[in-house]
Design a protein around this ligand. Structure first.
Ligand SMILES: [Zn+2]
Length: 327
């Protein structure tokens, strides 16, 4: 399939050259010189930008404005930590003018990029260059798989949940779009600056909203809020590990229940894309209520019905944290 694809691309590009060399009238000349072959969905000269999960899609869409068709590979309602690309997704990765991913979450990305090579594609790993924190998949499945190791150290990918680091991801995406389409540099810069201004407002809202919180600890379903917690002087106590599938051992669960009782925790947070049963077990055990803290790993159909976007969900997260940390 790959070879066929390459051949057909070379053939159509060659044909276009021959045609224009033969004095094709200018209104018939191939204006879409970035055409990549059969089955592409791009229209006009717009960039074809393929992103992975929701925040990458949203940040890219904000910077691209009208100059790109932006798609997300990982559909609404899917949890990106355990998602794998299909053959159709791989074809999209191959066709992309720009491919945007966060890094780490998309464990499949590097292999997908190398097995779907492209000369023109600009690749943006949005978390690249950020100072990542190390997470510990302590007592998790991965640690058990490696005999003789107590800990398996992995980097925490959840930078998009920190409004300050999110600005850096937007800047990386801006640089990638400019590289792929320098003609529209001024627009990408303007769009990025406008969105970064909104992220700065969000950062200010978190700072002022959380600085006088009565308590600093909050219990989450998986360890997605480490960067956010660090930015605003809070402590995340996660039930699962860096990935939601890393379910806690009975010992770890007992520790969280003990911690919650000792610290009089009244709210246990759960997520919209992951089975909340463990979070519910903890809340029942300590007599706490549950509330949603959304790690923005994907929007649900309901989020979309309510016209929620990154900024809207983050504002809801702030309200939920303010409530839980002040009761
Ligand atoms: Zn996560």
């Amino acid at each position: 399939m790959n070879t066929w694809f390459k051949k057909s691309f070379v053939l159509s590009a060659g044909l276009a050259l021959i045609l224009s060399g033969c004095g094709t009238p200018s209104d018939n000349a191939p204006t879409n010189d970035s055409q990549t072959g059969p089955g592409t969905t791009q229209s006009g000269n717009k960039l074809n930008v393929v992103t992975t999960f929701y925040p990458m899609y949203e940040f890219t869409r904000q910077v691209a404005g009208d100059h790109a068709n932006v798609t997300a590979l990982i559909p609404a309602g899917a949890e990106p930590h355990d998602w794998e690309p299909s053959a159709k997704d791989m074809a999209q990765v191959k066709d992309a003018d720009v491919f945007v991913y966060n890094g780490i979450v998309e464990g499949w990305a590097e292999q997908a990029l190398s097995s779907a090579p492209s000369d023109k594609r600009v690749v943006v790993e949005a978390s690249k260059g950020l100072q990542l924190m190390e997470g510990t998949a302590e007592e998790g499945e991965e640690a058990h798989a490696e005999e003789g190791h107590d800990h398996d150290h992995v980097m925490d990918p959840h930078v998009w949940l920190d409004p300050v680091l999110a600005q850096k991801e937007v800047e990386s995406i801006e640089a990638g779009l400019v590289e792929a389409d320098p003609a529209n540099k001024a627009d990408y810069e303007k769009n990025a600056a406008a969105y970064i201004a909104k992220l700065k407002e969000l950062d200010t809202a978190f700072k002022t909203g959380l600085k006088d919180a009565k308590r600093k600890d909050f219990i989450t379903q998986h360890a997605a809020f480490g960067y956010l917690a660090k930015q605003y002087g809070l402590t995340q106590v996660p039930i699962a590990g860096l990935s939601p599938e890393q379910e806690p051992t009975p010992d770890k669960l007992a520790g969280i229940i003990k911690f919650s009782k000792e610290n009089n925790v009244k709210t246990i947070f759960f997520e919209t894309l992951v089975d909340p049963k463990v979070a519910q077990t903890v809340s029942t055990e300590i007599g706490a209520k549950t509330d949603v803290l959304n790690p923005l790993e994907g929007l649900t159909d309901e989020d979309m019905k309510n016209n929620l976007d990154y900024l809207g969900v983050m504002k809801n997260n702030l309200e939920a944290l303010k409530k839980a940390l002040n009761e």
